[in-house]
Design a protein around this ligand. Structure first.
Ligand SMILES: *[C@@H]1O[C@H](CO)[C@@H](O)[C@H](O)[C@H]1NC(C)=O
Ligand SMILES: *[C@@H]1O[C@H](CO)[C@@H](O)[C@H](O)[C@H]1NC(C)=O
Ligand SMILES: *[C@@H]1O[C@H](CO)[C@@H](O)[C@H](O)[C@H]1NC(C)=O
Length: 701
C-alpha cells in the first residue's frame, strides 16, 4: 500500500483566460464548537469503483477512448454541444465538451473538460518531469467544488443549456425525516445565479433537458415522497420549463431516467410486471405550450428476457438509442445500441471489456459518440486511484471525515490506530493508512478497543444479519502481541455481537440472542461472561449496535422495540444500571437509525440513517443494500440533527475518535481486487423467476 500522502496532480493546462468569474456557493454552515475530531466510516463497494468516462465512435465502435483524467472517480457524463459554451468563444473549438460528476475534491461536484482530440496525439498523456500531463485538456470546475465556502452536498446528472447548467443538488434540507434532499437547480455559469426548479417539499431525480432546452423532464414522487424503495424508485415522470420550473406537470405514470429525442419524444425505463426492466417511448402532445398528459402515447420497446435500462436518446439520428443491459449468461452490465425502427440490439462494450460493468450511457448531440463510465483498472502510468483511505468533505469544520477500505472501523482511544474488518478477517492500521496488518483470519464483524489495556481489540466472530441462534461469539485479541493471542469472552454462540467497552476498562456491553430475542448484556471485560454477566435490556424485540459513552454514564443503541421485526430502527440511550431509557432519534415512520457512536467528548453521537431518503435512482449505481445510508450527528440528548455525508451510496458503521493524522488519500495497492464491486443483486437474471412482480401495470408491447 502506498501510504505516502500523494498530492493529487493537476494534470491539465488551464488557459488563464478561461476562468469562471463567479464561484457558486449556496449556504453558510453553522460552525460547531468543540475539539477537533475524526470520524471514519465505510461505504459499500465505493473504494473499488475507480470510475472514468469513456467513449466509442458509433460508426466504428472498436476503439475506446478514456475521456476523464483518472483522478478520483468520474461518472454520469453529458456531451455539451459546441455552441453551448459562449464563455469559451475565443478559443479554437474543442472536439469534445464533456460535463461530468467527479468526487476528486471529497464530494461530488460538476466539472467541464474540453478535449482537443487530434488524430496523431489522441488523448495520450506524456510524462513531464515525472508528472503525467495531458496537453489537450482544459478542465473547469462548474459547481460544487466549494471546499472553501464550507458547503457540502452531492451534485449529479448535469446538462448544459447555453451557458446554464441544469443538475441535481442535495444542499437544501427539506427538514422532514425520510425526505430526499435531491432537487434540480439551474445555475447561470456566467454570474453564478442559481434557481431551484423543483418545488419546495418535492424531490426530483435524473433530470434531462430537451434538445431545444425549453423543457426538463425528471423522475419524481411528487408530493407523495419516498417510502423506502431501494430497487426501483416507483417514480413518475414530470416535465417543467427549464427556465424557471413553471408549467410543471406529470406526463407519465411510473417511470424513471427520462431522455429526450426531440421536444415531444421521451424515452424512459420502468420495471415491468413480468419483472424485466424495459425501455419505453412516450410521445407527448402539446397545445399552446402545454403538454396534454391524457393524450400521451406510451409504448414498450425492449422485450422481456433481458433487462434494458438507463436509456440515452440520440438527437441527430433518431433511429437508435443507447441503453445499459443485463443479459442472461452475463454477470456484467453492458452498453448497447437499440435500433428503434428494427427493434434490434447492437452490443458495444461486451466485445471490448466483457468482464466490466458499464454504466449510464449518453450520446453526443451529433449522434457520433456514445459515452459511459466504468472502472478504469490501472492507468498507463500504473495508478489505480482506488482508495484505501479517502478524505471526504465535512460540513462541520471541527470534524474530519474519512472513508476506509473496510467496514466496522474503530479508533483506538488515542486515535492513532484503526481496527476494521475486511472479509475475511480483522485488521489494524495506523490512522494515516500505513502499516495495515491482519490480526485475525476469523470471519468477524464490529470492532472496539479497550480504553485501558493497550492493544486489546474486541470483535464478534460469525455471520452478520443472522438469527438469534446463529453461532456468533465475542473475542478479545491482543493485537500488539507477536502471537496475536485471543480470548473468547462469550461461549454460547447465541449471536453475541457488537461489543463496546466501558471507559474504566472493567465491562463490555454487547447484544445477544440468548433469550430468543436480541437484547443488551454487560459482561466482565477481562474474562467474559463466565466471570460476570448481567442483562441490561429485556423485551421481545431487537436491541443492538451498542456504544458506551466516554464518561461511562450512557450506552447508546439501536432498537426496533416500537415495531419489532419491521426493519425499522430508532436510537436510544440507557444508563449501564438499566435506568433512564431515552429515545434519541427516529427517522420518520418506518425509518432507520443505526450504528450510534459517541464523540470523544461525549457531547454528540454519529450514526447512519435513511433520514435523507435516497439521492439518485439506485439502478444508476453498483449494488448497495441500503442506498439511503448517510451519516448524521445529533447532540447526545437527540437534538440538533446535522447531515454529514451526501451521496447515493450506502455509508455506514461510523467510529469517532480524536483528531487523527490522516489528512489525505491513500491508494490501494492490491491490484488483485481491482474493480471488484458488484452490480445490483436484484438484476440477477438467475433469480428472475422468483421475483415478485411490481405493483404497477406496464403498457402492452
Ligand atoms: C480539486 O482537485 C484538483 C485536483 O484534481 C485540485 O487542483 C483543486 O485545487 C481542488 N480544488 C479544491 C477546491 O480543493
Ligand atoms: C445572471 O445572468 C442572467 C442571464 O444573463 C441574468 O438574467 C441574471 O439577472 C443575472 N443574475 C445576476 C445576479 O446578475
Ligand atoms: C492469516 O492467514 C495468513 C495466510 O494463511 C497467515 O500468513 C497469517 O499468519 C494468518 N494470520 C493470523 C493472525 O492468523
Amino acid at each position: 500500500m502506498k501510504s505516502s500522502c500523494r498530492k493529487v496532480l493537476s494534470c491539465f493546462l488551464l488557459f488563464s483566460s478561461i476562468v469562471l468569474p463567479y464561484r457558486i456557493s449556496h449556504a453558510t454552515p453553522e460552525h460547531s464548537r468543540g475539539d477537533a475530531s475524526s470520524i471514519a466510516f465505510a461505504t459499500l463497494g465505493r473504494p473499488r469503483y475507480a470510475f472514468d468516462i469513456y467513449s466509442l465512435t458509433i460508426s466504428d465502435p472498436s476503439k475506446e477512448t478514456r475521456l476523464t483524467d483518472g483522478n478520483s472517480i468520474n461518472f454520469n457524463g453529458y456531451f455539451a454541444s459546441l455552441s453551448a459554451l459562449p464563455f469559451l468563444k475565443n478559443h479554437s473549438p474543442p472536439s469534445v465538451n464533456l460535463v461530468y460528476v467527479t468526487e476528486r475534491n471529497g464530494s461530488a461536484s460538476i466539472y467541464l473538460d474540453t478535449l482537443h482530440v487530434s488524430p496523431s496525439l489522441g488523448l495520450e498523456s506524456r510524462s513531464l518531469l515525472g508528472v503525467s500531463v495531458q496537453f489537450n485538456r482544459v478542465q473547469i470546475p462548474l459547481v460544487g467544488d466549494d471546499k472553501f465556502s464550507g458547503e457540502v452536498s452531492m451534485k449529479d446528472r448535469p446538462s448544459l443549456v447555453g451557458s446554464s447548467l441544469v443538475y441535481v443538488s442535495t444542499h437544501e434540507n427539506p427538514r422532514k425525516p425520510r425526505a430526499s434532499w435531491a432537487a434540480v437547480y439551474l445555475t447561470q455559469l456566467t454570474n453564478g445565479s442559481t434557481l431551484r426548479l423543483t418545488p419546495k417539499g418535492v424531490a426530483d431525480f435524473s433530470p434531462a433537458v430537451s434538445p431545444s432546452g425549453v423543457w426538463t423532464a425528471v423522475a419524481s414522487y411528487g408530493e407523495a415522497g419516498w417510502h423506502g424503495d431501494v430497487q426501483e424508485l416507483c417514480t413518475d415522470i414530470y416535465v417543467f420549463s427549464t427556465l424557471d420550473g413553471s408549467n410543471r406537470m406529470k406526463v407519465i405514470e411510473h417511470g424513471g431516467w427520462p431522455t429526450w429525442a426531440d421536444d415531444s419524444t421521451l424515452y424512459f425505463h420502468r420495471r415491468c410486471d413480468d419483472g424485466w426492466w424495459s425501455v419505453f417511448r412516450a410521445v407527448l402532445t402539446a397545445k399552446k405550450g402545454r403538454f396534454h398528459p391524457k393524450s400521451t402515447v406510451v409504448e414498450r420497446l425492449t422485450p422481456p428476457g433481458l433487462h434494458a435500462f438507463t436509456p440515452a436518446a440520440s438527437v441527430a439520428n433518431k433511429n437508435f438509442i443507447a441503453v445499459a443491459t443485463r443479459r442472461a449468461g452475463s454477470q456484467y452490465r453492458h452498453i448497447e445500441l437499440f435500433d428503434v425502427v428494427s427493434s434490434e440490439f447492437i452490443e458495444l462494450t461486451r466485445t471490448i471489456s466483457p468482464n466490466s460493468h458499464h454504466f449510464n450511457p449518453f450520446i453526443s448531440p451529433d449522434s457520433a459518440l456514445v459515452g459511459y463510465h466504468k472502472c478504469r483498472g490501472t492507468t498507463s502510468d500504473g495508478r489505480t486511484n482506488e482508495l484505501y483511505l479517502e478524505s471526504v468533505n465535512s460540513p462541520l469544520p471541527s470534524i474530519s471525515l474519512f472513508r476506509i477500505g473496510g467496514s466496522f472501523p474503530s479508533f483506538s482511544p488515542d486515535g492513532k490506530k484503526i481496527a476494521y474488518v475486511n472479509s475475511p478477517g480483522v485488521y489494524v492500521m495506523n490512522s494515516d493508512g500505513s502499516g495495515a496488518r491482519v490480526v485475525s483470519n476469523l470471519s468477524a464483524f464490529s470492532t472496539a478497543w479497550d480504553w485501558k489495556r493497550k492493544g486489546v481489540v474486541y470483535t464478534s466472530v460469525g455471520p452478520t444479519f443472522a438469527s438469534e441462534t446463529s453461532k456468533v461469539d465475542i473475542i478479545s485479541i491482543n493485537v500488539d502481541d507477536d502471537d496475536l493471542s485471543y480470548k473468547t469472552l462469550t461461549t454460547g454462540g447465541e449471536n453475541n455481537a457488537f461489543p463496546s467497552a466501558s471507559p474504566d476498562g472493567k465491562w463490555v456491553v454487547f447484544r445477544s440472542g440468548r433469550s430468543g430475542y436480541k437484547n443488551l448484556y454487560i459482561m466482565d471485560a477481562l474474562d467474559g461472561e463466565k466471570v460476570a454477566l448481567h442483562r441490561l435490556t429485556e423485551g421481545p424485540w431487537s436491541d443492538t449496535m451498542c456504544n458506551w459513552s466516554p464518561d461511562g454514564d450512557w450506552i447508546a443503541f439501536a432498537s426496533d422495540r416500537e415495531d419489532p421485526g419491521s426493519g425499522s430502527f430508532e436510537l436510544y440511550k440507557i444508563h449501564p444500571n438499566g435506568r433512564g431509557l431515552q429515545k434519541l432519534i427516529q427517522s420518520g415512520s418506518g425509518g432507520r437509525a443505526n450504528h450510534p457512536w459517541f464523540s470523544p467528548d461525549g457531547k454528540y453521537i454519529a450514526f447512519t440513517s435513511d433520514y435523507a431518503g435516497v439521492s439518485a435512482e439506485p439502478i444508476s449505481n453498483p449494488h448497495h443494500y441500503q442506498p439511503y445510508g448517510d451519516l448524521f450527528v445529533i447532540k447526545s440528548d437527540g437534538s440538533g440533527i446535522r447531515r454529514l455525508t451526501h451521496n447515493s451510496y450506502e455509508d455506514g458503521t461510523p467510529t469517532w475518535g480524536p483528531k487523527s493524522s490522516a489528512v489525505c488519500n491513500v491508494e490501494l495497492s492490491d491490484s488483485l481486487s481491482l474493480c471488484s464491486f458488484e452490480d445490483c443483486h436484484w438484476l440477477s437474471i438467475s433469480t428472475m423467476k422468483s421475483l415478485g412482480s411490481s405493483n404497477r401495470q406496464c403498457a402492452e408491447i
